[in-house]
Design a protein. Structure first.
Length: 255
């Protein structure tokens, strides 16, 4: 009999499978992203007791297939379901976006303990009442770095010097900026302010414990949000579906 796999895990997505089953995708500490079938989950909620709801943290036990096929979810024990963030629509939508991004960026059976730690920090932060839009910006910026696409917010791509002036031109395909002195006249540009560049540099290089102390103006937050969203979409070569819900939110900027 195959050995049962056990690990702390987050639910990052789920879909119906046939008339009674559910296919659940988890991000686990031990193996990274894994998928498993929850037999009879649609017929009876008693067996899993809401453990398979989005972004629930749980102790997961799964039975691997004997030869080929999908894992079978054997048992679950809820560790945290982050109840406060579930009562706020903006927090719930933002958390759904970040779980979708984790799903899109990761491969199965490729564990990253730093990503598991980041996801735990993010959900804890939303549950504790930190501003959802700004906290989500933090998460998305750090996720890019963990995925291997950390932008260069320090030096100009061409002259290798720190930025000067009020704005720089950011190149999505190159993952960095060009200073005003190196920019070609008449070139189509994606301009960002030095304040935005400084804030993103702090997010990328700072510790999780210090991030919530960062202050950002509304304009900087929105400019940084737009840039990081564009970077994710560029490298993923798609727009994550959750952005439809994010764009529909009537949020006060930074709240």
């Amino acid at each position: 009999m195959p050995e049962i796999f056990k690990s702390p895990a987050f639910v990052i997505s789920g879909q119906d499978l046939g008339e009674s089953d559910r296919l659940i995708t988890f991000y686990t500490m031990a193996r990274g992203k894994v998928r498993g079938i929850a037999k009879g989950a649609k017929r009876s909620r008693r067996r899993f007791v809401n453990a398979l709801e989005p972004f629930t943290m749980l102790n997961l036990s799964m039975v691997p297939p004997r030869t080929t096929g999908l894992n079978r979810i054997d048992s679950t024990e809820i560790l945290d379901n982050f109840p406060l963030l579930r009562n706020k629509i903006d927090c719930y939508v933002m958390a759904s976006l970040c779980c979708e991004l984790v799903n899109l960026w990761t491969k199965e059976n490729d564990p990253q303990k730093d990503l598991f730690k980041l996801l735990r920090w993010y959900l804890d932060s939303l549950n504790e009442g930190f501003p959802p839009r700004k906290t989500t910006l933090f998460f998305k910026t750090l996720l890019l770095a963990l995925a291997g696409y950390a932008p260069d917010f320090d030096l100009c791509l061409l002259c290798k010097r720190p930025p000067i002036g009020n704005h720089v031109v950011f190149k999505l395909h190159a993952g960095g900026f060009i200073c005003n002195e190196c920019r070609k006249s008449g070139e189509k540009t994606h301009k960002i302010s030095l304040g935005t560049l400084k804030s993103l540099r702090h997010i990328q290089n700072g510790s999780l414990d210090s991030l919530h102390r960062l202050t950002m103006t509304d304009a900087v937050l929105e400019e940084a949000w737009s840039l990081i969203k564009s970077l994710h979409c560029h490298h993923l070569e798609q727009v994550p579906a959750s952005y439809v819900a994010v764009n529909g939110l009537k949020l006060e900027i930074g709240k």
